[in-house]
Design a protein around this ligand. Structure first.
Ligand code: ARG
Length: 445
């Protein structure tokens, strides 16, 4: 292997430069602590700190020198830039530190910084789902199991199911902060250091909630990143299910919804086409996030403690998953905000689909007929209805009574799909105004 190829194969600067701001932040905290503990003279500390602050400013302004592959990774690149600025005193920055705790610190910071952004984006999507649920409490559509019409439900009920799924996602990301916001800085290479460092001080300066209590664990742990990818995978799975339903609902056969032009594309050859490209892309992008998770799980599974170069493979998947989940949340939020619901098509779909068969069985059961028998009576009526193209509510009373003399005129009230939805007041059924208010309260706390 040529030295050039070895350098390229071993380098991570192409991707770990995404952590440049975190690397500088970590170094500023570290050198501040080296000063306050008297490990370095204050004069050196001031010089190093000023140099790092200048680099941070240049990074922000976009005027920083180009990173180079000759310096392998972001840590050595920043140190090289610092050395060019302030001279050999820059070399004192690495006292009582190793790249092993440095990279772990950067990565923890990076994930800790992203988590609130992800949570805010989920929250925004939940806000749109609540609005849709509020607007569509009275919009009726067929609820399905096995994708077969089952019972009528309200569209508001449906949207709130996704709200709840996202609530769990949010809680998982919130919990993730507990494991990401832990400082490995000061673990040094693996065994701690002989210098009288103050790990609590650097953790406080960096805003970490806790400090790793075992230096070996500190430099070896990537669980927080695996958790992040697990949570991202679960979130994408949810967004994919929602996408799938929107794609089906936007099809000619269903026509339950129409996607806004901004969220669909035409065909170059078929003028009538309106493709749900963006929903399909969200569904498709789940694959890469699952891949990111499997990749890191596999990288970590055989690693002895402590740092191994394999761990350089931990970052790209996390960066990629972040871009993917943030993009997907953004697209889904806009897509739902602009969604046109065709409530007339939804209502028509519950008229002749026998999705009120359970109502008739419940009606008979409430009049004392054992439910199994009621189910069989209704089954025969449905069969007849299918053969004669007559919905249950359109059968004359005499015909219904021939099946069971328990049936009276009031049955037609219960067979109305709208009534069927409104009567499902058991806990977890139709979100009543009261339960909707409770959900809103929960969301705000
Ligand atoms: N670029 C490395 C990574 O991303 C930094 C840590 C290197 N440490 C070491 N001992 N080689 O993991």
């Amino acid at each position: 292997m040529s030295p050039e190829f070895a350098q390229e194969f071993g380098a991570s600067i192409d991707f770990d430069q995404a952590m440049a701001a975190e690397d500088i932040e970590g170094s500023i905290a570290h050198v501040t602590m080296l000063g306050s503990t008297g490990i370095l003279p204050q004069g050196d500390v001031n010089q190093i700190k000023a140099g790092l602050q200048e680099i941070a400013q240049e990074l922000q302004d976009g005027t920083l020198d180009e990173f180079t592959i000759a310096n392998e990774d972001i840590h050595m690149n920043i140190e090289a830039i610092l050395t060019a600025k302030i001279g050999p005193v820059a070399g004192k920055l690495h006292t009582a530190r190793s790249r092993n705790d440095q990279v772990a610190t950067d990565f923890h910071l990076w994930v800790t910084h992203r988590l609130p952004e992800v949570i805010t984006a989920i929250d925004k999507l939940q806000g749109v789902l609540i609005q849709l649920a509020e607007a569509h409490t009275d919009t009726i559509l067929p609820g399905t199991t096995h994708l077969q019409h089952a019972q009528p439900i309200s569209l508001g009920h449906y949207f709130m199911a996704y709200f709840n799924m996202l609530q769990r996602d949010k809680e998982r990301f919130e919990f993730n902060i507990k494991h990401a916001s832990v400082s490995p800085l000061g673990a040094a290479a693996l065994a701690g250091t002989t210098f009288p460092i103050d790990r609590q001080q650097t953790a406080d300066l960096l805003g970490f909630q806790a400090v790793y209590s075992n230096s070996l664990d500190a430099v070896s742990d990537r669980d927080f990143a695996i958790e992040y990818l697990t949570n991202s995978s679960m979130l994408m799975m949810h967004l994919s299910r929602l996408s799938e339903e929107l794609i089906i609902w936007a099809s000619y056969e269903y026509q339950y919804v129409e996607l806004d032009d901004a969220y669909s594309t035409g065909s170059s050859i078929m003028p009538q086409k309106k493709n749900a490209d963006y929903a399909e892309l969200i569904r498709g992008k789940v694959g890469r996030v699952y891949g990111d998770l499997m990749s890191l799980l596999t990288v970590m599974k055989g690693l002895p403690l402590a740092y191994n170069k394999d761990m350089q493979e931990d970052k790209e998947g996390v960066f990629d998953a972040t871009t993917t989940i943030m993009g997907s949340l953004h697209v889904m939020t806009g897509m739902l905000q602009t969604l046109h619901v065709k409530d007339d098509h939804m209502a028509a779909a519950v008229q002749n689909d026998f999705s009120n068969a359970t109502e008739l069985a419940d009606y008979l059961a409430s009049k004392g007929l054992p439910f199994r028998q009621a189910h069989s009576v209704v089954g025969q009526l449905v069969l007849k209805g299918i053969q004669e193209h007559t919905a249950l509510q359109d059968m004359p009373l005499s015909e219904l009574q021939a099946a069971s003399d328990l049936i009276e005129e009031d049955v037609y009230h219960d067979l109305d799909p709208r009534v069927a939805v409104e009567r499902r007041t058991s806990f977890g059924g139709l979100p009543s105004p009261r339960s909707r208010r409770r959900l809103l309260r929960e969301r705000n706390c």
